[in-house]
Design a protein around this ligand. Sequence first.
Ligand code: M6R
Length: 612
Amino acid sequence: MCGIVGYIGKDDGTEICLKGLKRLEYRGYDSAGMAVVDNQEIKSIKVKGRVAALEEKQKNNPLKGSLVIAHTRWATHGVPSEENAHPHFDCHKQFAIVHNGIIENYASLKRWLEEKGHKFTSQTDTEVIPHLIEDYYEGDLVATVQKVLSLVEGTYGLAIISAKEPDKMVAARCGSPLILGICDNGDYIVASDPTAVVEYTRKVVYLNDREVVVLNHGSYQIFTLDNKEVERETSEIAWDLAQIEKGGFPHFMLKEIFNQPDTVSNAMRGRIILSENRVKLGGLIDYLDSLAKSERIVFVACGTSWHAGLIAEYLFENLASLPTEVEYASEFRYKGSIVNTDTPYFVISQSGETADTLESLRKVKSAGGKVFGIVNVVGSTIARETDAGIYLHAGPEIGVASTKAFTSQVTVLSLLALYLAKARGKMSDEDMQARLNSVLALPKIIEKILKNADSIKNIAERYIKYNNFLYLGRGYNFPVALEGALKLKEISYIHAEGYPAAEMKHGPIALIDQNMPVVVVATDTEDIIYQKVMSNIEEVRARGGNIIAIATEGNEDIKNFATEVIYVPKTAGFISPIVNVIPLQLLSYYMAAARGCDIDKPRNLAKSVTVE
Ligand code: M6R
């Protein structure tokens, strides 16, 4: 969480940094700040609140400088306030730092520094770093930063400037992302992710953990913490500015929901060879045989990506008869789980930077296991550290609530399940052909649902006064119920629970009354569980609950039972989550909009959870 940007170049870099912060605001937005070296002096501004407030402050009393660092914060240590906003400084404001991550041993370091007379002005963990630099500095900023970073434990993506060496910036990473953008005119921009640099350059260098990059005017060098120089190739950012702008939509989330016909197409592009009745997954090519022979698969992920993993469990077990387990990364990394080196592990992550998912990956790898990635962000840490994987090609997802990444994840996982089903001899050619055709039909089906957005908006607006919702689904659509409830919670702040429909009787039914609307996914009319879901609807109705049903077009009967019906086109059950989640995304979006919530920046959340 938190976003950092730094600029070193020929011109004033404050505007570039402010623009960069705006692009990184999805990573945190409770306070912001910026510092420059101007005339051998560090000058800074800070605000509690959004980057817009920092921009206002900058207008009134502008900083100028060709060596700039800036930060947008998601508080971990210390409340959101001006004092706790970054940059942080040493006692004499000779060193300034912006930091994303957590310094875990900060308390003991702070005690030690205070005993030596250092005066702290914030409650943050970060502030120990500039004081340590002040303490150890003997005329060489790079060597001092290397020394100090070998003393700290925890995670960091950081950038440091000093009034003592006004032509240099030092940036480093360990566990939190950091990239270097190389501009054609010799300017450099460091940032937490490529969105902050793509307007100026698409040429970037991805730093690895425990690496330090030293930026001078016109040149850069990368070193390890023990000062070994590292050669690193540059990479190209594969998308452009238009993809990180709202493109006429009021929010990124709505844009991303409406992008889904394209993003689902991109997730399957080149991966379905209909003429040969097969799935092709280039990224896993060297491992597909061994994957097909495995006796068990484990998925590890967080949040929405974990919901995609749960759907994969149904897909892999139903289609490929492959026993599958799904773990929360935050639990998996700490529990005494025995890593089986014969079991393939898959980590699923939109950002490729989620701390718990990354540490789970490392846990498996250090035990000698193989880990594969289902990742969206190209070049992200998880993408780089996995043995192989499948990219989603969904383009940047900016809205904090994940939407298009989820449908792309499920699309890719459906293709993988089909591949394994065929390779394991569990699917006839005829069945395979029919299923591939249903996957190919998805973009058109999603388009059709999106055309119905206004009627979903009307329903949403009728329900904004309720404070509790229950979401029910079964089989493939149980995780969809979880995902629908998560979407509603995170952007509209309405309490919502997702449940497997039949579990309602085991407790949640006690909550049902006219104040507890129940959203039920009741498609798959030909499935044996459909009638059971209908019984659950009856049970809710008998207790005065309002029902919003997601049902298949043509199912007129359901109108006799549900208060509201949102129709979706008929589709095969195994890919129905990709279809059924779309109205639930829209429902939560329109409820949040009607309640006046800050949809792209919901309170307390950050897009990329890079701290545990
Ligand atoms: O980037 P990741 O997919 O690893 O992120 C995992 C979760 O943090 C993420 O899905 C989160 O739950 C979203 N805010 C849900 O909308």
